[in-house]
Write a protein that binds this ligand. Structure first.
Ligand SMILES: NC(=O)N[C@@H](O)C(=O)O
Ligand code: NI
Length: 164
């Protein structure tokens, strides 16, 4: 019997074991450009390791998932971090899991607001982009380089997200 996953709000503290939340956090703000610009400084760090590693900037155009949704797999990137920041100001879902002996544990689901992005630290288990409601663009910063930067794991029994 598939276990139903609860959805919790995305907060910096709740997400801290997995990475950073990319949002206009007042504690990170400093004025620049003669006071005309608010710089929300160093919200996260992009990491790229391994041979010929570079940090690249992409746009992912995600099609909305249909619900109830079966979370039957997770992935991680051994050579680099990966961040997603919504461009269309539409809420989306973030699914991560702690590592348990080299496998993802029970998924945790976070509801991200339309102005909240996340940075998955290197090797953090996560579900691929989970867009909600309509086709949505995301600015994605991740790693390019040699080697296979993707490890996937399939759960024996899927978990279910009933509704976003
Ligand atoms: N494949 C790819 O680049 N996307 C995934 O890594 C993802 O997390 O969406
Ligand atoms: Ni990924």
């Amino acid at each position: 019997m598939a276990e139903i996953l609860k959805i919790q709000p995305l907060t910096r503290d709740a997400f801290a074991p997995f990475g950073e939340v990319i949002e206009t956090d007042p504690s990170a703000m400093r004025y620049i450009n003669g006071g005309t610009t608010e710089r929300y400084h160093a919200l996260a760090e992009a990491e790229a390791t391994g041979e010929d590693a570079r940090v690249i900037i992409n746009i992912f155009r995600g099609s909305p998932r249909t619900f109830p949704y079966a979370v039957d797999m997770m992935e991680r990137h051994p050579f680099g971090s990966q961040s997603f920041s919504p461009i269309d100001n539409r809420p989306w879902l973030v699914v991560v899991a702690e590592d348990e002996g080299g496998r993802p544990g029970r998924p945790k689901v976070f509801r991200a607001g339309g102005r909240q992005g996340v940075n998955y630290r290197r090797n953090v288990w996560h579900h691929p982009l989970m867009t909600v409601g309509a086709v949505s663009d995301f600015l994605v910063v991740d790693r390019l380089g040699k080697g296979v930067n993707l490890v996937e794991y399939s759960y024996e029994t899927p978990f279910v997200i009933e509704a976003p």
